[in-house]
Design a protein around this ligand. Structure first.
Ligand code: UGA
Length: 439
C-alpha cells in the first residue's frame, strides 16, 4: 500500500519505518527541512535502537521517502496524522498542529478521487477526530467523509527505546472508524499482526489511549508510594512488587519503583485526561493523586541523601556531586520531564558542583542546563565526587559498588532504580528508593 505519515517525529518516523520494513511504500511529510534531509540520508533525528540501520535499508530501496510537500501524499491510500499535541499551561492539549495539518490535507483531498483514508495517530482527547479534524477536512476539500474520503483514529502504543520491536509485536491494534471502507483498509494493513484487532468508535479509540497511559502511570505512582513506605519499614519494594505481580489480575509490569515517571507522554497525557475529565464534570481525583505522587518522587533521592548524611543540607552544600542518567529512561536520548531535571535544580540551589553523564541524553539535557559540567564517561562523572545519584537505569551503570567507591572522594550512593548490589560495597553509604535498611 502507499501510506502517508504527517510528522517525522517519534511516532510518525518509527511507524513509517515499521510499515516500510513490511514492504509498504511510505511517504513522510515534515515541515522541518533539516529533519527531512536527515531521514532521506538515513540518519534518524532521534536515538532509537535499530532505527538508523533500518532507515539505511528502506531509504535505499525507496520504501521510505521524506519531503516537506503535502502534494507528495497524492495517491496515498492511507494517511496517518502523527503531529505533536503539546500541553497547554492548564493541561489541555494544543491542537494547532493537528488543525493546520487537517486544513492542508483537506486542500489535498480536494484534488484526489481515490477515497484516501485519513487516520489520526496523534494522541488527542475524545471527540477531536470527529469534531475538529473531520469538519476541517470536509470544509477544505468540499467533500464528504465516508463518501469521498475515510476517517479513522488509530492510537499508538509504542514505547521509546523499544519502539521497533513494539511495532513488530503489538499487544493489540485499536482501530477507531466510522465507515466500512476505512475499517477494511485498516484491517488489511494490520492483518499479519498476530494480536487482537479491536474495532471501536472514533472517540473510544481516543479514550483507550489516554486510559492506557494514565493507568500505567497510576501503577507507577502506586508502587512508588509503596516504595516510600518500604524505606520507612526497612523492606524491599521489589519483593512486594513481585508478590503483587504474581497475581495475574495485577500483572508484573510497571511495578518498578523509582524516581517517578517522565517522558513526553505520561505526564502530558495524565494532565490532559485530568483537564478533559474536569471539563466533562468528572472530578479526576485518582489522576490528581498520581501526578501529586509523581511530582514529589524525585525529591526522594535528595531526601535519602540528606538523611544519610545527618539530616540537613550541610553535608551536600557546595560539594561535587555525580548525576548518572539524564534521559527519562534508558535506551533513549529523550530528557523531557526526566526526574533528573528537578534533582539537578535542587542540587544547583545547594551550590553543588554537578558532574553529569548519560550515554545518549547529554545533548538534549544541555539544552535545558547549558552550564553543567558534562562528563565524557561514567568514570569521569564519578571522579572525586562526594555523592552519586543514579537516576536512570542504564545497563552500564550496573557495576560493583566497589567500582564507585574507587572513583569517588566520599562514596555516598543514591540508587533510585535499585540497580546496584549492596553486597558489593565496602565503605559506601548506599541508599536506594524502596530498599530500606541498605546502609
Ligand atoms: C509510554 C507508553 O508505555 C507507550 O505505550 C505509549 O505509546 C507512549 O507512552 C506514548 O504515549 O507515546 P514511553 O513514554 O516511551 O511509553 O515510556 P515507558 O516505558 O512507558 O516509561 C514511562 C516512564 O515510566 C519512564 O519515566 C519510566 O522510567 C517510568 N517507569 C516505567 C517506572 O518508573 N516504572 C515502571 O515500572 C515502568
Amino acid at each position: 500500500m502507499k501510506l502517508g505519515f504527517i510528522g517525522g517525529g517519534y511516532v510518525g518516523l518509527v511507524s513509517a519505518a515499521g510499515y516500510a520494513s513490511l514492504g509498504h511504500n511510505c511517504q513522510v511529510i515534515d515541515i522541518d527541512k533539516k529533519k527531512v534531509d536527515a531521514i532521506n540520508n538515513a540518519v534518524a533525528p532521534i536515538y532509537e535502537e535499530g532505527l538508523d540501520e533500518l532507515l539505511k535499508k528502506i531509504t535505499v530501496s525507496k520504501h521510505l521517502v521524506a519531503s516537506t510537500n503535502y502534494s507528495d501524499l497524492a495517491n496515498c491510500e492511507l494517511i496517518f496524522i502523527c503531529v505533536g499535541t503539546p500541553s497547554g499551561k492548564d493541561g489541555s492539549i494544543n491542537l494547532s498542529y493537528i488543525k493546520s495539518c487537517a486544513e492542508q490535507l483537506g486542500k489535498m483531498i480536494k484534488l484526489q478521487d481515490n477515497f484516501p483514508i485519513i487516520a489520526v495517530k496523534s494522541t488527542v482527547v475524545p471527540k477531536t477526530t470527529q469534531s475538529v479534524v473531520l469538519p476541517l477536512l470536509e470544509n477544505h476539500s468540499g467533500k464528504k467523509a465516508g463518501v469521498d474520503f475515510g476517517i479513522a483514529m488509530v492510537p499508538e502504543f509504542l514505547k521509546e527505546g523499544s519502539a521497533l520491536s513494539d511495532f513488530n509485536s503489538p499487544d493489540r491494534i485499536v482501530i477507531g472508524v466510522n465507515d466500512k471502507k476505512s475499517s477494511d483498509a485498516l484491517k488489511k494493513l494490520h492483518s499479519h499482526f498476530k494480536c487482537e484487532i479491536l474495532e471501536v468508535p472514533l472517540a473510544t479509540a481516543e479514550l483507550i489511549k489516554y486510559a492506557s497511559n494514565s493507568f500505567l502511570a497510576t501503577k507507577i505512582s502506586f508502587i512508588n508510594q509503596i516504595a516510600n513506605l518500604c524505606d520507612v519499614l526497612g523492606l524491599d519494594v521489589d519483593d512486594v512488587a513481585k508478590g503483587m505481580g504474581l497475581d495475574s489480575r495485577i500483572g508484573k509490569q510497571f511495578l518498578k519503583a523509582g524516581p517517578g515517571f517522565g517522558g513526553s507522554c505520561f505526564p502530558k497525557d495524565v494532565k490532559a485526561l485530568m483537564h478533559f475529565s474536569s471539563q466533562n464534570g468528572i472530578a479526576p481525583t485518582i489522576l490528581e493523586s498520581v501526578m501529586g505522587v509523581n511530582y514529589l518522587q524525585p525529591q526522594r533521592m535528595l531526601k535519602l541523601a540528606l538523611e544519610a548524611t545527618g539530616g540537613g543540607p550541610a553535608n551536600l552544600i557546595g560539594k561535587t556531586v555525580s548525576v548518572l542518567g539524564l534521559a527519562f529512561k534508558p535506551d533513549t536520548d529523550d530528557c523531557r520531564e526526566s526526574p533528573a531535571i528537578p534533582l539537578v535544580e535542587e542540587l544547583l540551589k545547594m551550590n553543588c558542583k554537578i558532574q553529569a553523564y548519560d550515554p545518549k541524553g547529554i545533548d538534549n539535557f544541555k539544552k535545558l542546563f547549558p552550564n553543567l559540567q558534562y562528563a565524557k564517561d561514567m568514570e569521569s562523572a564519578l571522579a572525586k565526587s562526594h555523592a552519586c545519584f543514579i537516576v536512570t537505569d542504564w545497563k552500564e551503570f550496573k557495576k560493583p559498588i566497589s567500582y564507585y567507591e574507587s572513583k569517588m572522594a566520599f562514596p555516598l550512593i543514591i540508587d533510585s532504580r535499585r540497580i546496584l548490589d549492596a553486597k558489593t560495597k565496602a565503605k559506601a553509604i548506599y541508599r536506594a528508593i524502596g530498599k530500606g535498611g541498605t546502609s
